[in-house]
Design a protein around this ligand. Structure first.
Ligand code: OAD
Length: 254
């Protein structure tokens, strides 16, 4: 019979606990893989959203201008799906790290809000948040957790303008202030963890490279190799919800 605890054990690089114990300034970059085990679909890979849906029809400003209802139906479906998901052990470990290190910043590409739900506050949501809406006329932002939305597409209570999800779509720039903060943090961190991202979407994909150029140690955690894997100090193959708790154990042991 298969012993699950044994098959889940991940061989960690030697002295990894030591590297964590001596780190002063830590940045964690996360992607959809962190939320995968909470039940949130990833974008790429076998069952990724972009296998079944066309980016150009659902996640670009042009798509929204053409057919706001279709875009909103897709986002409303995703919000419903995420609303049923809870943070998993990977989110919880990352939330604990915020308390542990002298300087800490979480940079996430995820829009699902699960890191905040797990307790992270020192964080940048590079691609926005699916629970926030933005008025296309006034730019006002509002929190909205209604599932499903009572009116599609939703409209601004104040001016009647069309509301859009406050997320970054393909072809749109990131918020410059958010990006500048992320850049500054990676330039001065001494340890960076890159967890559950395919590392193919810019500018997020460049952040570990910048950190490396500034002599940070980079540890990647992913279930499969990425373009980053050969550039990092340690690439650990395994599920985030298993590897991250193991890392914490190593930190305590060494
Ligand atoms: P992707 O879907 O591109 O990649 C998810 C990564 O997570 C893959 O490399 C998987 O191998 C890995 N993975 C899956 N399950 C895992 C697990 N349990 N533990 C560890 N790793 C796991 O998602 P992102 O890299 O986040 O952008 O994609 C980046 C951006 O592309 C997203 O933010 C989104 C998307 O289009 C926008 O919406 C602007």
């Amino acid at each position: 019979m298969k012993n699950n605890s044994q098959s889940d054990a991940i061989p960690l690089p030697p002295h990894i606990g030591d590297a964590l114990a001596t780190a002063r300034s830590v940045v964690v970059l996360t992607g959809a893989g962190v939320s995968a085990e909470s039940g949130v679909p990833t974008f790429r890979g076998k069952d990724g959203l972009w296998r079944h849906y066309r980016v150009e029809e659902l996640a670009t400003p042009q798509a929204f201008a053409r057919n706001p209802l279709l875009v909103w139906e897709w986002y409303d479906w995703r919000r419903g799906l995420i609303a049923d998901c809870k943070p998993n052990p990977a989110h919880k470990v990352i939330a604990g790290m915020e308390q542990h290190f002298e300087e800490f910043l979480l940079i996430t590409q995820n829009v699902d809000g699960l890191h905040r739900q797990a307790g992270n506050r020192q964080m940048l949501e590079l691609h926005g948040n699916i629970w926030r809406l933005r008025c296309t006329r006034e730019g006002t932002k509002i929190e909205n957790i209604e599932v499903p939305l009572s009116r599609l597409p939703p409209r601004c209570d104040r001016c009647g303008g069309l509301l859009r999800p406050d997320v970054i779509w393909f072809g749109e720039p990131l918020d410059p202030e958010t990006l500048a903060k992320a850049w500054r943090a990676v330039e001065k961190c001494d340890l960076m963890l890159v967890v559950g991202t395919s590392a193919v979407v810019e500018p997020a994909a460049s952040l570990p490279i910048i950190a490396k150029q500034h002599n940070a140690m980079i540890i990647e955690i992913n279930i499969e190799p990425t373009p980053l894997s050969r550039l990092v100090d340690h690439s650990i193959t395994g599920r985030a919800s298993v590897v991250l708790p193991e890392l914490v154990k190593a930190l305590v042991k060494e």
